[in-house]
Design a protein around this ligand. Structure first.
Ligand SMILES: [Zn+2]
Length: 380
């Protein structure tokens, strides 16, 4: 018997990584073969490993018939708490679903990412995007502080633009002109990696969500963005001839979780001004505050915060690490408000962290903003 069989989170992560791989393979097959249905594709090893663990579980619990791969696929469309096999997961994770509308859910993406982050062979779209962002920021700077400013500007672009036009791209090209060895501007490579183009002309009317700005394709009623309660609205987008829509992995990794980060920045920026540092040290932490204006973390009163919007409190808790570079006096793990407010979430997060991370205070978005503003006014 597998020694860590009781760890059902590992099983869920393996299944999620398998689903992510299946989806990647489907895209590749669609690209290279006009009739992908005729291709026999083996199941990814992560998926097989996950199903294997379920078989052990099934035998252990005395099930007479082992679930088939198709059974497990259909389980994935139901909340984890309703699987025919009882999984050992926390109460706040029982409603999570791996497959929604026929594709891996935001939770599945998150679980897969945590599993694949330990696999050096995994080619994660967001890793490449991150590399290109760093290169663009770096090659367009002539001093260190400029790199960080570029980084913040490019990262903000992804949060502010779920949809972009060729006019936006042209503005980026003017702003970040440095070219790679093939004569291609770095910023263009980064942009085309993050966005998928769509030909249009002139002004286009798009149906988008007024809460998160994501596109609502084909009469879809809700955007599916975690925590978003926005409604459908129309937006005019000015283009020359191309429209660009953010690719799903970029949306899920940078844009959607970035909404909580942006809310935070917007709430404290008017008071803190230059004492606030978004994504300090290229994202060592999401927000650093230099109350004394020393310019050096560790000297004077610094606060630092990591902002998280994860579906599963247990997975977040098990994987959370504080970046050692962020040597701040006060350290916070700030939860997007809708996570902080959901029942059992904070308790399950604390249980999963199990005293591993010291001196990091868990707070909700709104409480954090109040604490920062209070401290800023005390200090005058
Ligand atoms: Zn929305």
């Amino acid at each position: 018997m597998s020694p860590d069989l009781s760890d059902d989170y590992m099983t869920v992560q393996l299944l999620a990584a398998g689903l992510a791989r299946i989806q990647m393979d489907q895209y590749r097959a669609l690209w290279s073969n006009p009739s992908p249905g005729t291709q026999a594709v083996g199941l990814p090893s992560a998926w097989n490993a996950g199903v294997n663990r379920l078989w052990w579980r099934a035998m252990e619990s005395g099930m007479t018939q082992l679930p088939t791969h198709m059974d497990v696929f259909s389980w994935c469309t139901r909340p984890l708490g309703q699987w025919p096999l009882a999984l050992e997961i926390t109460e706040s994770d029982r409603w999570l679903i791996l497959v929604e509308n026929g594709r891996p859910s935001a939770f599945a993406d998150e679980a897969a990412r945590l599993a694949m982050a330990k696999d050096p062979a995994a080619e994660l779209v967001e890793n490449r995007s991150f590399e290109l962002l760093m290169s663009t920021a770096d090659r367009n700077a002539d001093r260190e502080s400029q790199v960080q400013e570029n980084y913040v500007e490019l990262r903000s672009f992804l949060i502010d633009n779920a949809v972009a036009s060729d006019l936006d791209l042209a503005a980026l090209l003017r702003r970040f002109p440095a070219k790679n060895s093939h004569g291609q501007p770095w910023v263009k490579e980064w942009f085309l990696h993050a966005y998928q183009h769509r030909p249009v002309s002139g002004t286009t009317v798009l149906e988008v969500c007024d809460g998160c700005d994501n596109l609502l394709p084909g009469g879809q009623a809700h955007c599916g963005t975690p925590g978003c309660v926005g409604k459908a609205t129309h937006r005019n987008v000015e283009t020359m001839s191309e429209l660009y829509v953010q690719r799903m992995p970029i949306r899920r990794f940078f844009h959607d979780p970035g909404l909580a980060e942006r809310r935070l920045f917007d709430a404290v920026r008017p008071v803190l001004g230059k004492r606030m540092h978004p994504w300090w040290c290229m994202d060592a932490v999401d927000l650093a505050i230099d109350f004394d204006g020393t310019g050096r973390m560790g000297e004077g009163e610094w606060w630092a915060a990591d902002v998280k919007d994860h579906a599963s409190a247990a997975l977040l808790g098990r994987n959370f690490r504080w970046d050692r570079r962020a040597d701040a006096r006060h350290r916070f793990l700030v939860l997007a408000q809708h996570r902080f407010d959901s029942r059992g979430y904070v308790g399950d997060l604390e249980a999963a962290m199990d005293g591993r991370v010291h001196d990091v205070e868990i707070v909700g978005e709104e409480d954090f903003v109040h604490a920062v503003l209070r401290r800023a006014s005390e200090r005058g």
